[in-house]
Design a protein around this ligand. Sequence first.
Ligand code: TXA
Ligand code: MG
Length: 322
Amino acid sequence: MKTKIGNDVWIAKTFLEQGELVSIPTETVYGLAGNALNENAIAKIYEVKNRPRFNPLILHVGSISELRKYVLALPSPLEHIMDKFMPGPLTILLPKSSLVSDIVTAGSSKVAIRIPNHPLTLELLRNIDFPLVAPSANISGTVSPTSAKHVYLGLNSKIPYILDGGDCNIGLESTIIGWDEIVQKPILHRLGGLSIEEIEDYMGEKLIQNIQHTHPETPGQLKSHYATKTPLYLGNIIDLMPEFLNKKIVVINMQEEKPTSVLKQFILSKTNNQNEIAHNLFSIMRQADELNADVILCEYTENKGLGLAINDRLRRAQHILK
Ligand code: TXA
Ligand code: MG
């Protein structure tokens, strides 16, 4: 199959109506989309991504009124948060309505749903009469794509069309929150492109946290994820260097190059701006990987704001956790 790249929403719509898969741009990462009401299309997504069947898919819709059809009920504090942050890098996890197939949720009674904030994809969603399921458009376990080119490198010849909406603004997958029935409060399931501080400032209280690694409620929280082929080690670069004498080293710095000679050094943000770090992270991880070095050394960013999600993704990419 030949994979075309273009920005024609009508072509994307036609393929999706035929049950084919299309990669779609979002503000977080590119998605691999299929008709969420077509079980063959959903099955193709698992196949193309080589995704374990136990890992459920996020439903993408164009509006909150559409979203309502696919959940049993919307607790009003969650609705309040959704009104503020949707469309945007926020996914909600709630008990599903009968319209959502068990293949979408991998058998779970809850469904994850979001409204992506990208003009092309919103236009697409508002012109089709079904929701889309869309995991990140990468082969399972590899770094998520933040440009049409990244998608092409991984999925060339496996899908007919990539809707090119430019580089993803945010660059980290959406933040997932659900509803804790017992305490009747919102609960965090995955760190992501919307910082918890922003949600908490708006709520006026702390979010309950539910980030587990062994038996996660969101299987994408499994430790080994988003990995480069070149082993990546995290920590203080200068302290890590002696461990890799005579090795070809690539360094990913947050703000400044280190006084050391290595194959190449990257900088994620010269002004140490976390939005910029997030925006560049996956792209620079890929560029570092392409240099065929022996190791990639990378440092942590400050553990606050988007930094929590940035450090989370780096930890999952880390070699020693595999
Ligand atoms: O920003 C995003 O969320 C991107 C763009 C394309 O929208 N999508 C994305 O999808 O990151 P994916 O499949 O790569 O990650 C989805 C995460 C996984 O960790 C999955 O386990 C979790 O959401 N998830 C989806 N449905 C779920 C459900 N019903 N119950 C628990 N976790 C769920
Ligand atoms: Mg993913």
